[in-house]
Design a binder for this molecule. Sequence first.
Ligand SMILES: [Zn+2]
Length: 66
Amino acid sequence: MEEERIVTINNKQLLCLFCDSAEFKKVNTKLNEKWRSSFGGEMFSPEGVAYICKNCGYKHEFYKSL
Ligand SMILES: [Zn+2]
């Protein structure tokens, strides 16, 4: 886990959708198993990155490989 003070996605600063906070904790994430099985169980699940709001805990997920 690493902490980032200012998060930008495609040159736009990420603000929490819920509380407008700009401080997040960065974690690695994967799409869930249910999603994967609908695309065939042998496919690897895409990895993404999630930013969890330090203020309210809202999780923002991004999957750039899709
Ligand atoms: Zn928040």
